[in-house]
Design a protein around this ligand. Structure first.
Ligand code: ATP
Ligand code: MG
Length: 625
């Protein structure tokens, strides 16, 4: 993942997380504070309704007393003078605030029953001798106690089928009662007035939890609607047993949400029913959704701003970094002219500047090195030219020396001393010819003038030829020459003479750097690649003085010799015999021209422990490795 995403992605995710959490928390806070307000309002509305009901009770009680204590009513009741009772009580009832007035005699028969109409006129609906249907009337009559406390209840008046809140008192006369007066206000009138005072809708329930009436618009007494807002009986029982208001579930009426609080309707010591005060929830839902929308909008705007700022900051960091990366890649590919171009004053600017300075230095060094290299190459070419010229020039006199020495040898047949000197001259000249040949080989290799004439070559034959060449040396130096696995090597395409030179030099070295009595082992094997023979490998292992690992590569350079050259003995097969240091350079040059490889391993240099050296020669079978 690029640094661009590593910086921007977590930043984006974090911003998003904070925004979402913020919006959630704020909306929750708003909602819960609104809900708390709603709960308090419900509590307050419940209290107002309870208080108002007490006042209503007092009003009804006073109205009932007004009728009961109208002069002559109690006596007329006692005397069974219905007409008088009606004449006295009816006008009294007409001036009352209550809507329903009933007068019963001590026997429980209805004497007067008036109902106030919508137009405030009083309608007499008395059904003489109708037995009292209200249980509170029966109770008072049964008690027959002039000091009985008033009774109240919610009940239906069968005459108009409406529900009323009734208050009943006795009509006393001395120590007895002569009747009962009942005053009532219909729930249809009572509930709207409660709503007006409490600023909340009100629902009244009967003992079964069935809603009797509500203030919900047209649906006040609609039984279907009332059924929908009814409560389970056990919930009713729970509420009636409770002093506190109990908050109910949210519910929906005509697409608007409401919340209700349930409370017992307590007048004096009587718990008459359960009522609910209902407040619209809509404002909670709406304001929470409005506030949520507002906050989402606010946070979205803030987030866009944060992301924009973040993007700009990331750009400020990433652009110089990208330039740094691009420049470093270009430099790694060799373009030292490239610079970052970052000119800021921060850490990245310092880094880029340092990088540019480093590149500048590197470029300068490279230019200097290139110049030095060119000079060195020129010098090397001059050296090679010199070697080439001198080797050529040495050849002619050498041939002369060899020719004359041979002639002296023939002429001095009878002079042992002279013959020995001539032989010495011949051997010396041969050694020099050898060296001159090597010099010419190296100069050819260096000038890429090595000509390869490939023919089919048997490695074993080349090794045998070398063995034969060094036969005398093996005998003189008591060296054992062992060959292994050479028969298994297939013939390869190579320049026979050049390849012979490789083995000649390597075996020659093994002889030179192995003390008398040691051994030289030449072994061959096939190197497979992907299951097929790919190359042949020849290993020349000696039991000699070995080479320090730091020189394992250097010895392949021309004229490179380890140790003190002056200490070397003369003679090309003597122990530590001298030489110009060309053998391995020639061998590598020849192998390079054959697409082969030569390398050596040795645990190290030690003239007493004799760790030995192993030279590896690998040649491709297809000629292109
Ligand atoms: P030349 O081969 O030209 O006669 P030379 O043998 O010294 O001279 P190289 O054959 O190139 O030169 O070898 C370079 C050096 O590597 C040697 O001088 C010698 O120090 C070291 N060297 C080469 N082969 C061996 C070996 N088998 N054991 C120990 N040292 C070796
Ligand atoms: Mg050598």
């Amino acid at each position: 993942m690029s640094i661009r995403f590593k910086v921007i992605l977590p930043y984006l995710l974090l911003t998003l997380l904070i925004a979402v959490t913020g919006a959630f928390v704020v909306t929750r806070l708003v909602t819960s504070s609104l809900e708390e307000r709603l709960s308090n309002q419900l509590l307050e509305a419940g209290r107002v309704v309870s208080d108002e009901m007490v006042r209503q009770e007092i009003r009804q009680f006073n109205d009932a007393r007004f009728v009961a204590y109208t002069d002559g009513v109690s006596e007329a009741l006692k005397n069974g003078d219905v007409e008088k009772v009606v004449n006295l009580a009816k006008p009294a009832a007409g001036g009352l605030s209550v809507e329903n007035v009933m007068v019963f005699d001590a026997g429980g028969s209805e004497i007067l029953h008036t109902l106030k109409q919508a137009d405030n006129t009083i309608q007499d609906v008395t059904q003489p001798r109708r037995a009292a249907t209200l249980p509170i009337v029966d109770e008072l009559l049964r008690e027959n106690n002039p000091n009985s406390l008033p009774r109240r209840m919610l009940a239906k008046d069968p005459l108009d089928g409406r529900y009323y809140y009734f208050t009943a008192i006795v009509v006393p006369l001395q120590n007895e009662i002569t009747g009962v007066v009942v005053t009532g206000t219909s729930l249809n009138t009572l509930l709207p007035s409660l709503k007006a005072i409490a600023f909340a809708d009100v629902i009244l329930y009967d003992v079964n939890g069935q809603a009797l009436a509500s203030t919900f618009g047209k649906s006040t007494t609609d039984p279907l609607f009332l059924r929908t807002v009814s409560i389970p009986k056990d919930f009713y029982n729970r509420v009636i047993a409770q002093d506190e208001i109990i908050e109910g579930e949210n519910f929906e009426v005509d697409g608007r949400f409401y919340r209700s609080g349930f409370s017992p309707l307590q007048i004096g010591s009587d718990r008459l029913a359960v009522f609910a005060v209902v407040l619209p929830m809509q404002f909670v839902v709406e304001s929470s959704s409005t506030s949520r929308n507002q906050y989402v909008l606010l946070y979205s705007a803030a987030m866009v701003a944060v992301i924009l700022i973040g993007y700009l900051i990331a750009r400020m960091i990433i652009i110089p970094l990208s330039s740094l990366v691009r420049t470093s890649l270009a430099i790694a590919e060799g373009d030292l002219t490239r610079r970052t171009g970052v000119r800021t004053n921060d850490e990245i600017g310092i880094l880029a500047n340092t990088f540019d300075v480093m590149t500048e230095n590197l470029q300068q060094r490279t230019i200097e090195l290139e110049k030095t290299n060119q000079i060195l190459e020129q010098m090397d070419r001059a050296k090679i030219r010199f070697i080439q010229v001198s080797a050529h020039e040495l050849r002619t006199p050498l041939t002369l020396v060899q020719g004359y020495a041979q002639m002296i040898q023939i002429k001095a047949k009878d002079n042992k001393d002279l013959e020995k000197y001539a032989k010495g001259i011949i051997e010396g000249a041969e050694r020099m010819t050898d060296i001159v040949d090597n010099l010419l080989d190296v100069s050819r290799i260096n000038s890429n003038l090595l000509e390869i004439r490939p023919v089919e070559v048997e490695i074993k034959a080349l090794i045998q030829r070398a063995e034969k060449t060094f036969q005398t040396a093996f005998a003189e130096r008591r060296l054992t020459f062992i060959t292994e696995g050479l028969d298994t090597l297939p013939p390869i395409q190579a320049d026979k003479e050049l390849l012979y030179k490789v083995f000649y030099h390597v075996i020659g070295n093994a002889i030179k750097y192995t003390p008398d009595g040691g051994s030289i082992t030449v072994s061959g094997c096939i190197i497979p690649e992907a299951g097929h023979p790919a190359a042949i490998e020849v290993k020349i292992q000696d039991t000699g003085i070995g080479i320090d690992p730091q020189y394992h590569e250097l010895v392949f350079e021309k004229f490179y010799q380890t140790g003190d050259v002056l200490l070397h003995s003369s003679g090309k097969t003597k122990f530590k015999g001298g030489g110009p240091g060309l053998g391995l350079a020639i061998a590598r040059g020849i192998l390079d021209a054959h697409h082969g490889r030569i390398w050596l391993t040795s645990p190290g240099y030690d003239e007493t422990k004799l760790p030995g050296t192993t030279v590896f020669i690998r040649l491709p079978l297809n000629g292109t490795q």
